[in-house]
Design a protein around this ligand. Structure first.
Ligand SMILES: Nc1ncnc2c1ncn2[C@@H]1O[C@H](COP(=O)(O)OP(=O)(O)O)[C@@H](O)[C@H]1O
Ligand SMILES: CCCC(=O)OP(=O)(O)O
Length: 360
């Protein structure tokens, strides 16, 4: 079925560590999608993620040139939101304050910080608004969830909010319910993993992969604090390298030399006992984090949703289910559909169904 031409044309932009994904949507219909892959050697040229902007922008423009859009054809450009200040969930109009914050990367260098400037630049060419949706820095933590255990240090909310909230919405719609009616634990299992406890449509607690929680493809997750202090204070310690080791060369990669759970599972199936134990430990930590989020919901949980690429990994999912099924039914929504989630949110903003929020 072709989409009615009256529906707004929206460009969705999702910058990731090694790729920029783009798609054009007419209403809810995806017209075309692409993944522009960026080789590691190319990315190594840039000292900071923000330095990649002109180069990624040129790549996006190159792809758009092939789509033969007339000037002004786009009704909105919408991108993944980055590590901004703590914000409520929702869709935000990209403004100067957000662009400045993305450029500063005060809360951390991450490809998601490019979503706002990429969208803003492409939108300017069509005279349309630029939005970001459910940025990584969505923070709806309950007051008790902010305590770390040391006065002066607060737990912070950074997570895969876009995909987790989109999957939760999808789950609610499939059951004919509103998201606000459900109590859900959602786990995003990508190369990085994060979790949230959703109550009344709000992420009242999260497991922030930069600080805590299960290890994943290449993230260490939570580490024993005294051992970490020893590493950071050892003679010649390089904090930037250590950060990279924790968030990029940690997790599965540090144990097995691969970030890919498929490869780990294949090795385990072929009799590699080490791979089998590492995979079992990964599932064990994930299940413990699900338990933690279930406690945030006082044990009254309608469902546990597993999403992200690694939710396709049967042995991992079954090992998590074996430990966590007592919490609630464990349901998988494998992969991510962040481009669609972005486009749908932009459409809700354009129609006024869920108006865009002001950021600055
Ligand atoms: N068909 C599959 N079966 C099992 N695991 C998969 C499959 N596809 C992807 N994965 C796993 O998903 C993980 C990456 O998830 P993804 O959501 O693509 O991550 P990201 O976008 O964060 O890099 C990898 O560990 C990969 O092995
Ligand atoms: C801090 C959560 C965001 C995150 O880790 O995103 P990626 O997995 O895409 O790097």
């Amino acid at each position: 079925m072709s989409a009615p031409a009256a529906e707004p044309l929206v460009l969705a932009v999702n910058p990731g560590a090694g790729s920029t994904k783009l798609a054009l949507f007419r209403g809810e219909h995806e017209l075309v999608e692409t993944t522009l892959r960026h080789a590691e050697e190319e990315l190594r040229r840039f000292a900071r993620v923000g330095d990649e902007l002109p180069w990624r922008l040129a790549a996006a423009r190159g792809w758009l040139a092939g789509q033969a859009l007339r000037p002004g054809a786009l009704a909105a450009v919408v991108g993944r939101g980055g590590l901004f200040k703590p914000v409520a969930s929702g869709t935000y109009l990209v403004d100067e304050a957000m662009l400045a914050e993305a450029a500063r990367a005060a809360r951390g260098e991450h490809a998601a910080n490019l979503g706002a400037p990429l969208s803003h630049a492409l939108a300017a060419e069509h005279g349309c608004p630029a939005f970001v949706v459910d940025p990584v820095s969505v923070d709806e933590l309950a007051p008790v969830a902010r305590y770390s255990g040391l006065a002066g240090i607060e737990r912070t909310s950074l997570c895969h909010a876009l995909n987790m909230r989109a999957v939760a919405r999808r789950h609610a719609a499939a059951g004919g319910r509103r998201l606000e009616e459900l109590r859900l634990v959602v786990a995003h299992l990508g190369t990085g993993a994060s979790l949230c406890a959703l109550e009344g449509g709000r992420m009242v607690d999260v497991v922030n992969p930069m600080d805590e929680g299960p290890f994943s493809g290449d993230r260490a997750g939570g580490l024993p604090a005294t051992a970490l202090l020893a590493l950071a204070s050892a003679p010649g310690a390089d904090l930037a390298a250590l950060r990279r080791r924790l968030f990029g060369d940690g997790g599965l990669f540090s144990y097995l030399g691969t970030r890919d759970v498929r490869e780990a599972a294949a090795r385990a199936a072929a009799g590699d006992a080490r791979a089998g134990e590492v995979l079992a430990a990964m599932a064990y930590q994930l299940a413990k984090a699900i338990g933690e989020m279930a406690v945030a919901l006082a044990g009254r949980v309608d469902a546990v949703l597993l999403t992200g690429g690694a939710a396709r990994c049967e042995p991992l999912v079954e090992a998590v289910r074996a430990r966590a099924a007592f919490v609630a039914p464990v349901i998988t929504y494998p992969g991510e559909d962040e481009l669609r989630a972005l486009a749908e949110a932009a459409r809700r903003a354009l129609t006024g169904e869920e108006p865009a929020r002001r950021y600055g």
